[in-house]
Design a protein around this ligand. Sequence first.
Ligand code: ZN
Ligand code: ZN
Length: 375
Amino acid sequence: MVERARLRQLVATLRQQSVPALLVTHLPDVRYLTGFTGSNAALVVLAGERTSARLFTDGRYTAQARREVQGATVRIAPKSALAEACVYAAERTAMCGFDRTQTTVASLANMRSTARKGGAASGFFKPVDGAVSALREVKDAVEIERMRGAAALTCGFYEGLLGWMEAGMRERDIAAELEHRARLAGADGMSFETIVASGERGSQPHARATDAVIQRGDLLTLDFGIVLDGYCSDMTRTIAFGFEGGPVPRKLQARWAEQRAIFDAVLAAQEAAVAAVHPGATCGAVDAAARSLLTAAGWGKFFSHSTGHGVGIEIHEAPRVAKDQKHLLRHGEVITIEPGVYVPSRCGVRIEDTVLVTADGAEVLTPVHKGWLEL
Ligand code: ZN
Ligand code: ZN
């Protein structure tokens, strides 16, 4: 099973760093390493002379753990799974790594006092950040297949939605219909809260759907994604609500023209950034490909976020595709490319694809129409 290979890879990295054991509590990491999808788990990976992995969960998950867990033994903890995991580690190793970025202050205090009861010396827990998230950056064949599936399903119900949407609807109606269609198409859920932003609300990059009614002459930004087989999709499209082939009313002409100019600049930036994706490219270079075009077009100061992010089991994961990021893209990484321009109290445009880094370039996993579209 693929989980065993992932655990072996983790053991190899831990050994390189002379870390004899790792406590994994971040659930997406636990899922990645063992296949377990329950909501309570602590995994101890021993990487010394004898390697092993033991997953601690509670009685609600007895059957599920037996069915799902690969490559690790399972212990159903009558009290706290985390506490048992700490004692287990303390009894078997002199030092144990943990991910500081996924551990609360309260939880660390708990871990320390429990491990002391198991005989651990002070300093038993040592921060080893991102060991699993670094492995998760490069997707294996199984993951790529799942991400393709999630992306294809997303494109499918989005296309269906285009034939249904029209001016006069509320943002809320569109969010509800989109999520309803996603579920009917087979999605396990949405990967984040659907963003539906029309007109001047489009200038807020993360606007939630409201009662605002879509008017002719508005742009509409839809940013949404689903979870399928444990993997997330992420896509943004901006569409225009036009005048059904008729003339643009005089009082809207300037606004309409400005929106089109912004849209064209964002589309060019998005395509340039996708074209810049290849193994060996830095994330900073991909960001610069988008940012430099928007700056040249005069919209740079309205591009207020980074160009993209890794996506996989989580909607936001490593790497960050942002200014000056030195991370080198590798074959098998999946990132988003999503430049946007947000002009306060006027409008906003964002276009986002999920992109797989291939052996010699990039493959867009969300290849549904992204050019100017008037409904
Ligand atoms: Zn998105
Ligand atoms: Zn995104």
